[in-house]
Design a binder for this molecule. Structure first.
Ligand code: FES
Length: 108
């Protein structure tokens, strides 16, 4: 597993919101939902909008461009249960005040 890197501090993201951060050549959408942090690929697999700027409700983020919904926990696309389309998700941990994610480098 790639090494964990610190991308944000506890308190940087209000409950029920997301923020985007560059990590290892990718952009990660980090969400704070129900007291837990979750990291998914910020790039919407439809046409590339930033998912971190979407509205979050019931554990799902709604893409700001065309309203596709993705689970913030595992990146799965929630609008079509028959589809296995998903965006990548990444391990997150909190150490003290630091929020760390483990993201493979882009070429891996
Ligand atoms: S770009 Fe996200 S739903 Fe279209």
């Amino acid at each position: 597993m790639p090494e964990f890197v610190s991308i944000a501090q506890v308190g940087d993201i209000p409950e029920g919101e997301g923020r985007s951060y560059p990590v290892n050549g990718k952009v990660i959408g980090l969400f704070f939902v129900d007291g837990e942090y979750h990291a998914i690929n910020d790039f919407c697999p439809h046409m590339g909008a930033s998912l971190a700027s979407g509205h979050v409700e019931d554990g799902a983020v709604m893409c700001p461009w065309h309203a596709w919904r993705f689970c913030v926990k595992d990146g799965s696309w929630l609008d079509n249960p028959k589809s296995d389309l998903k965006t990548d998700c990444y391990p997150v941990k909190v150490e003290g005040d630091e929020i760390l994610v483990s993201v493979p480098k882009k070429e891996e």
